[in-house]
Design a binder for this molecule. Structure first.
Ligand code: EPS
Length: 401
């Protein structure tokens, strides 16, 4: 059994739901562990009024009893408070007088959004049928699934964090080493960055973008520590963990690029400036009894974790809803028009970091359960202990027969 999940729900529908499978029985799990992550996702300077309407909390519908998982699918629901304002427009049942009553169709698709390609593909005359699901509101349900995966990983000493390294043309100066725990340092910042001076300039850039009806993108770094060597595999393309992490991050709305370790910079350096030299170090059990001088590989070699911190970056384009709209075509008339300008965010880069942590947690939990298996937490723990005993023995020492 591996870990899998599926979300459902529209941005202005009654609720978002997610079903998460493959979490072993016996994992202590309280709603608070999910709610903390949902709250983190709602923060960040540059969000629109919607975040004042919502106050996301999870309801467990199945899979958890008396504060523990029971091995069955974990179904979670998060209500959309804004739904009360959209009941007529989002009503699943036809209403008298349709379609006139349900007017306000969106026919001026936003360049850069799923609106236009989605309308053509799904043969819909109202872009709302596309944008409701394409909305980043859906990431709430992913963060809920990621929060549970995070609880599983943290049981084994794996910690995840993220911070904003670039926003709207402003680079943060990065402390080396990064603070630990990372989120305790990043979360208090209004833009989740570790550089207070850059944060001020980022906030000013967001204000300026808002004043001119524009939007901003940025880059976040995600770090996972405490992983053992050996998650993922080199043996098949779809088992390589770097590819799976990149796919998961690229699936986040508006993410357009992913880097592992040095990322694109590797192409400009020689081999001696890219690869991490290795020495024996029996004290480093998680890394298999070795130490690397550097971690330019970002914790992955051959699609397998090395036991060094996993370091990823995700780049987000500016949000496609501009209050000073771009040129588009009106799909009802075929005439040139200005794109629809609905209430939205100026930037959601700080939130994207939280969502990226969730996606990374889900992929790592998948890889964890593939590697160690187990229907109960006790069984998984036994398997982890046995494996760490094996790799912790290091090289040049006798193993089991
Ligand atoms: C979004 C547009 C805004 C954002 C929304 C994503 O929502 P609305 O159209 O209701 O103002 O606030 O993000 C969320 C609701 C959220 O929870 O992150 C979009 O079009 O993607």
């Amino acid at each position: 059994m591996t870990v899998s999940f599926r979300t459902a729900g529209e941005s202005h529908g009654p609720a978002l739901v997610v079903i998460l499978e493959g979490i072993p029985a016996g994992l202590p799990l309280l709603a608070d562990a999910v709610n903390v992550e949902l709250a983190r996702r709602q923060l960040g300077y540059g969000r629109g009024r919607r975040m004042q309407i919502e106050s996301d909390t999870v309801e467990f519908l199945s899979g958890v009893r008396a504060g523990q998982t029971i091995g069955s699918p974990i179904a979670m629901m998060i209500h959309n408070r804004d739904w009360k304002n959209w009941q007529e427009i989002m009503d699943p049942a036809p209403r008298e007088g349709d379609p006139a009553l349900r007017r306000r169709p969106v026919t001026r698709p936003r360049p850069g959004h799923a609106d236009l390609a989605g309308m053509l593909k799904y043969d819909r005359e109202d872009a709302r049928d596309i944008l409701e699901r394409a909305s980043a509101r859906e990431t709430t349900a992913r963060v809920a699934a990621g929060a549970v995966c995070r609880v599983l990983l943290s049981h084994f000493g794996v910690a995840l964090g993220s911070h904003v390294v670039h926003l709207g043309g402003i680079d943060a100066t990065l402390p080396d080493p990064r603070p630990s725990p990372l989120n305790a340092a990043a979360d208090p910042s209004p833009v989740r960055t570790l550089d207070a001076d850059a944060a001020e300039r980022m906030v000013a850039a967001i204000d300026a973008a808002k004043a001119s009806g524009n939007t901003l993108g940025g880059i976040v770094e995600i770090i996972a520590t405490g992983l053992p060597v050996g998650l993922g595999s080199h043996v098949a393309w779809d088992r390589k963990l770097d590819g799976r992490l990149a796919a998961a991050l690229m699936s986040i709305p508006a993410v357009k690029g992913v880097e592992v370790g040095l990322g694109f910079a590797v192409a400009r350096r020689s081999g001696a400036e890219v690869h991490d030299e290795v020495h024996g170090d029996p004290s480093r059990v998680l890394a298999g009894g070795v130490r690397r001088d550097t971690n330019r590989a970002g914790g992955l070699e051959g699609g397998i974790t090395t036991g060094e911190p996993l370091v990823l970056r995700a780049a987000m384009k500016p949000i496609a809803t501009l209050m000073r709209p771009l040129a588009t075509v009106d799909t009802q008339t075929g005439e040139s028009a200005s794109a629809v300008a609905e209430r939205s965010d100026v930037t959601a880069v700080p939130a994207m970091g939280v969502i990226a942590e969730a996606m990374v947690a889900i992929v790592l939990a998948q890889a964890w359960m593939e590697k160690f298996g187990g229907d109960s937490l006790a069984e998984t723990s036994r398997n982890v202990r046995g494996y760490l005993e094996q790799v912790g023995r290091g090289f040049g020492r006798p193993g089991d027969a």
